[in-house]
Design a protein around this ligand. Structure first.
Ligand SMILES: NC(=O)c1ccc[n+]([C@@H]2O[C@H](COP(=O)([O-])OP(=O)(O)OC[C@H]3O[C@@H](n4cnc5c(N)ncnc54)[C@H](OP(=O)(O)O)[C@@H]3O)[C@@H](O)[C@H]2O)c1
Length: 285
């Protein structure tokens, strides 16, 4: 990855671990061919990514593992060079009964105790949360022995979430921005009509800033986060996009650019699970 002197590529988490500011997202809702994710992860490691975001529910952890193994065997990386993020679930993904998604009453505070125990085993280096609101973080922090190192949430200029950013900064909880392009690759059944951020890459304000800096809209949207010390995890299965998305450490958006991007805020989310709206811990209100 290109890097201009003085532009950091990692942040230090509250547990002392270093986390790369850029990671590869791997959620692939659209149909992809076999091994596509493995090839994307290999291309990313070759392009300099040292952080891959994955999850049990994405059903591609094996492919990510194979990519890491092959790059270790080629002598490109050591396992300790890689920051791998995952999110665990039960064996049955999204169980349903009578057409309704089943939920549990397990309190996230109790889940967190399990996460703390996991960290104590040394099998994971850092523990964090995803899609937590300020209220949920407050409650967790009031009982946690180990504070979450990271909160991974949807963030982009159509969903600025300044209060959450300020709160996490004040508590030394890092943020990871998911769906930084508004998740344009989602199939239509996942899209949310007129209030969907999927056209963010085509926004003229983003386009003008990109022209000004001789960059692409994608690079501007990624730079917007890393400049705020927010980790960002664009997903791509295409090697030319994977490479393009690394070139964000050698230019700077000025205050006017940052304000113009923030002014696009309209509260549009790509990721909402409406079937779970009635759950007491539903975070997307
Ligand atoms: N914790 C959570 O609840 C949660 C929820 C959603 C997502 N995530 C994580 O965040 C990651 C990213 O979010 P996302 O996948 O929803 O969406 P995203 O990263 O905003 O957008 C991905 C889409 O952008 C395209 N793209 C990538 N680079 C591009 C470029 N340089 N120029 C033009 N188009 C480009 C990709 O197409 P190509 O593949 O064709 O390049 C893909 O269709 C996920 O993959 C996942 O790891 C976490």
């Amino acid at each position: 990855m290109e890097e201009r002197a003085g532009q950091p590529r990692t942040i230090e988490l509250n547990d002392g671990t270093c986390m790369p500011l850029l990671g590869l997202g791997t959620w692939k809702p659209e149909a992809t061919g076999p091994d596509m994710c493995q090839r994307a992860a290999e291309a990313a490691i070759a392009a300099g990514y040292r952080h891959i975001d994955t999850a049990y529910s994405y059903r591609i952890e094996t492919e990510v593992g194979k990519a890491i193994q092959s790059k270790i065997q080629q002598g490109i990386i050591r396992r300790q060079d890689m920051f791998i993020v995952s999110k665990k679930m039960g064996d049955e993904l999204f169980p349903e009964k009578d057409g309704k998604m089943l939920t549990t009453n397990i309190d996230y505070v109790d889940v967190w105790k399990g996460m703390e125990a996991l960290k104590a085993t040394g099998k994971v280096k850092s523990i964090g949360v995803s899609n937590f609101t300020i209220e949920q973080l407050e409650r967790l922090l009031s009982v946690a022995k180990i504070p979450p190192a990271v909160n991974q949430v949807e963030l982009h200029p159509y969903l600025v979430q300044s209060d959450l950013i300020d709160y996490c900064k004040s508590k030394n909880i890092a943020l990871t921005a998911y769906s930084p392009f508004g998740s344009p690759g989602r199939p239509s059944e996942y899209q949310r009509g007129d209030a969907d951020p999927r056209t963010l890459l085509e926004d003229p304000v983003v386009g003008d800033i990109a022209k000004k800096h001789r960059r692409t809209p994608a690079q501007v949207l990624l730079r917007y986060h890393v400049q705020q010390s927010i980790v960002v995890i664009p997903k791509s299965m295409k090697s030319h996009h994977i490479l393009e998305n690394t070139k964000i450490f050698d230019f700077t958006l000025d205050e006017e650019d940052m304000n113009a991007l923030r002014s696009l805020n309209r509260g549009w989310r790509a990721c909402i699970i409406t079937q779970l709206e009635s759950h007491p811990f539903y975070p997307f209100k």
